[in-house]
Design a protein around this ligand. Structure first.
Ligand code: GLU
Length: 426
C-alpha cells in the first residue's frame, strides 16, 4: 500500500514507468487485433498535450511552497478531454499520462462524447490546512486555465480530491472567465451545479459489475465474503453498498493498515469513524498489513486504492474467485496473466470504475442544459450503461478467448481510433 511519502522515489518512478509501458503494450495489441495501422498506435502512445506547471502557495506559517502539477490530454478527436485531478505525494508525469490514456478507454467503453484527460499535483493533502488546499486548488486552475474549459478539457475528483476542491476550482475558473461556468468541472457540490448521485457513482458502478460477475461465476452476492482495499470515496461507499446487499465485508484497509474479521466488519461503525481521506485503521490495535489483506480468504477482492497492488509477487496467493478493480491500475499485466491462468475472473478498472465519469458526463449535460435531473433518473441511466458495458466486454472476452482487460481495451480504443481517422489525423 502507498506509504505517506514514497520511501524510495526511484522505485516509485519505475513503477509508473511500468504502468505507462504496460498500458502501451495492451493498447498496441488491441489496435493490432482491431486491424488499425501502426500510426494509430504512434498517436495513442502519448497524450496529444501534456503540461507541467509550478504552483506557488503561501503556507500557514507564512512561507511560500512551490508545488508541481500536471495535466495530460490524451486525445480530443471525439470531444473535449475529461478526467480527474489527484492530490498525492506519489504523482509522476508518467502516471498522469497513463491515467489519461485509461480515461480515453473508459469514455470509449461507456460511449461518452469525450477523450481522456488527467491531472495530478505532487502534494500530501493530509498534511495541509483547508486554507492551503484552497490556495493550491486555485493556483492549479490559474496555471492550466488556457488549456481547460467546458468544451476543451473537463476536470473532476480523483484520489484525495473532493467536491470542496472542485468548488474552489470552479470558482477560480469562473472568475478568470468572468462568468459562472459550472460545466468547467464535475463532481461539484449539488448547490453549485453538481449532480445527484455523482459522489456514489464509482461505487455504484463497481457494485453493478460485482453483481454481474457473481452471476457469471454462478454464485450469490448474498453471503459472499468480500475484501475491499482502500476506504476512500469509492472503497467506503462500495463497502456500504455490498454490506447492504447482504455480502459479508471481511476486510477493509486505508493507507496505514487493514482490518479483518472473518464474521464481517461493522461497516456502518467504520464509515462513521473514517476521516475525509478515508483513514480509519489508526483507531485500532489489531490491524494487519495491506499485503496480508490482499491474500485473505474471500470470494471477491476489490482493490480500491492505488496502482500496482496485485503483482507477480502476490498474484499466486490471491484466494478470491473474482477480482474487480475499483482503483485505476491496481493489477500489473504480469499479475493479470497469472490471475486469468488461475481461472480468476478479473474485471478491469476501465470498465469497473467507469461509473464515476459516466455520472460526470450527466453532470456536464445538466450544466449545459441548465436543467437538473432526479437521482432515480441518474441511477437508471447509470445502471443501464454499466450492465451493457460489462456484458459487451465479458462476451467479447469469451468469444475471442482473451482476458477482459484486452477486451476492454479493444472496445475502449475503437471510438477514438475511428474519430481520429475520420478527422484525417492518422
Ligand atoms: N477520477 C475518476 C476516474 O478516474 C472520474 C473522472 C471524471 O469524473 O471525469 O474515472
Amino acid at each position: 500500500m502507498v506509504a505517506d511519502k514514497p520511501a524510495d522515489s526511484t522505485k516509485e518512478e519505475n513503477n509508473q514507468t511500468d504502468i505507462l509501458s504496460s498500458t502501451r503494450t495492451v493498447i498496441k495489441t488491441a489496435l493490432e487485433k482491431l486491424g488499425y495501422p501502426d500510426e494509430v498506435y504512434e498517436l495513442f502512445k502519448e497524450p496529444i498535450r501534456m503540461i507541467s506547471v509550478r504552483i506557488p502557495v503561501r503556507m500557514d506559517d507564512g512561507s511560500i511552497k512551490v508545488f508541481t502539477g500536471y495535466r495530460a490530454q490524451h486525445n480530443d478527436a471525439v470531444g473535449p478531454t475529461k478526467g480527474g485531478v489527484r492530490f498525492h505525494p506519489g504523482v509522476t508525469e508518467k502516471e498522469v499520462k497513463a491515467l489519461s490514456i485509461w480515461m480515453t478507454l473508459k469514455a470509449g467503453i461507456v460511449d461518452l462524447p469525450y477523450g481522456g484527460g488527467k491531472g495530478g499535483i505532487i502534494c500530501d493533502p493530509r498534511e495541509m490546512s483547508f486554507r492551503e488546499l484552497e490556495g493550491l486548488s486555485r493556483g492549479y486552475v490559474r496555471a492550466i486555465s488556457q488549456v481547460v474549459g467546458p468544451t476543451k478539457d473537463i476536470p473532476a475528483p480523483d484520489v484525495m480530491t473532493n467536491s470542496q476542491i472542485m468548488a474552489w476550482m470552479m470558482d477560480e475558473y469562473s472568475r478568470i472567465d468572468e462568468f459562472n461556468n459550472p460545466g468547467f468541472i464535475t463532481g461539484k457540490p449539488i448547490v453549485l451545479g453538481g449532480s445527484h448521485g455523482r459522489e456514489t457513482a464509482t461505487a455504484k458502478g463497481v457494485t453493478i459489475c460485482i453483481k454481474e460477475a457473481t452471476k457469471k461465476q454462478g454464485f450469490d452476492l448474498k453471503g459472499a465474503r468480500v475484501v475491499v482495499q482502500g476506504f476512500g470515496v469509492a472503497g467506503s461507499f462500495l463497502s456500504k453498498f455490498l454490506h447492504d446487499a447482504g455480502a459479508k465485508v471481511v476486510g477493509i484497509s486505508d493507507a496505514y493498515g487493514a482490518l479483518h474479521d472473518p464474521d464481517g466488519l461493522d461497516i456502518d461503525y467504520l464509515l462513521d469513524r473514517r476521516d475525509s481521506f478515508g483513514t480509519v485503521t489508526k483507531l485500532f490495535n489489531n490491524t494487519i498489513t495491506n499485503k496480508e489483506l490482499l491474500e485473505l480468504d474471500c470470494d471477491i477482492l476489490v482493490p480500491a486504492a492505488v496502482e500496482n497492488q496485485i503483482t507477480a509477487e502476490n498474484a499466486h496467493n490471491i484466494k478470491a474467485g473474482i477480482v474487480v478493480e475499483a482503483a485505476n491500475g491496481p493489477t500489473t499485466m504480469e499479475a493479470t496473466k497469472i490471475l486469468t491462468d488461475r481461472g480468476i475472473l478479473l474485471v478491469p478498472d476501465v470498465v469497473a470504475s467507469a461509473g464515476g465519469v459516466t455520472v460526470s458526463y450527466f453532470e456536464w449535460v445538466q450544466n449545459n442544459q441548465g436543467y437538473y435531473w432526479k437521482e432515480e433518473d441518474i441511477d437508471k441511466k447509470l445502471h443501464e450503461t454499466m450492465i451493457n458495458s460489462f456484458n459487451t466486454i465479458y462476451n467479447t472476452a469469451k468469444t475471442r478467448k482473451i482476458d477482459m482487460r484486452l477486451a476492454a481495451y479493444m472496445i475502449g480504443v475503437r471510438k477514438t481510433a475511428e474519430a481520429s481517422r475520420f478527422r484525417g489525423w492518422v
